[in-house]
Ligand binder design. Structure first.
Ligand code: F6R
Length: 242
């Protein structure tokens, strides 16, 4: 594993964006695995700045996102499809038809997950997967205890996640109870993985995930077994690593 230390969130985002840019320049028709959440926002902003300057061309790129809430439509502002459109896709020249997010409106979970696995296979797999890290070590929606051998699957959200999301919805009934996520196996099949971490609140889990035992109780710890992982963090997030 390679570790890149940045002094702050802005520089961390720039470093991660540099790695993604290099991938796009070296292989203009590459497949990028993308993540939502607060951490990658700065990375996407930097990619947009370089695109605006004319330094990057996404016209040949395909993107495949990690996860989506089951039951949410793309125009729901809490959906991950909406997030990706707002934070990246609508600002660059990636072809909308080459951007994939699990279909939240497909209520048949098996169908939704099988078709997502097919998409990943049809695209030839993921060249570079960008990941954030949950405070409990989750990656995608793979929570502690999830089997390492899973591909895209449907997960029941923890009650704490449902409660935390409730504030974004008009009523409790509208809060998603399930989500589709790439599994650990799918993530591990990416040829290169870049993990972005920022802030003191991530310091303990960064230490456990990358320097502790490899266990399903800390899903991200499986990344220690991948042969091409780059951890990009700011000082605060990397403050507890040996
Ligand atoms: C996002 C995702 C999640 C986040 C993780 C960290 O698609 O699947 O695993 O990467 O929850 O989120 P932030 O970056 O908000 O701390």
């Amino acid at each position: 594993m390679q570790i890149i230390r940045a002094t702050d969130y802005y520089r961390m985002s720039r470093m991660a964006a540099n790695i993604i840019s290099a991938q796009v320049i070296i292989k203009p028709d590459c497949v990028l695995g993308l993540a939502t959440g607060s951490t990658p926002i700065g990375t996407y902003e930097q990619l947009i700045r370089w695109y605006d300057k004319g330094d990057l061309d996404f016209s040949g790129v395909t993107s495949i996102n990690l996860d989506e809430y089951k039951g949410l439509s793309p125009d729901n502002d809490q959906s991950y499809r909406y997030f990706m459109n707002e934070h990246l896709f609508k600002h660059i020249n990636i072809k909308p038809e080459n951007t994939y997010v699990p279909n939240g409106l497909e209520m048949d979970s098996e169908k939704a997950c099988a078709s997502y696995n097919e998409i990943i296979a049809r695209c030839g797999g993921i060249d570079l997967q960008l990941l954030g890290l949950g405070h409990n070590g989750h990656i995608g929606f793979n929570e502690p205890g999830e089997a390492f051998e899973k591909e895209t699957h449907c997960v029941d959200l923890a009650q704490s996640t449902i409660d935390a999301n409730a504030r974004f919805f008009a009523s409790m009934d509208l809060v998603p109870r399930q989500a589709y996520t790439m599994g650990i196996k799918t993530i591990m099949q990416a040829r290169k993985i870049v993990v972005v971490v920022s802030g003191e609140s991530k310091a303990q889990i960064v230490r456990e995930a990358f320097f502790g035992p490899c266990t399903p109780q800390v899903p991200a710890s499986v990344l220690q077994l991948h042969n091409n992982v780059t951890l990009v963090g700011d000082e605060a997030a990397l403050s507890l690593i040996p």
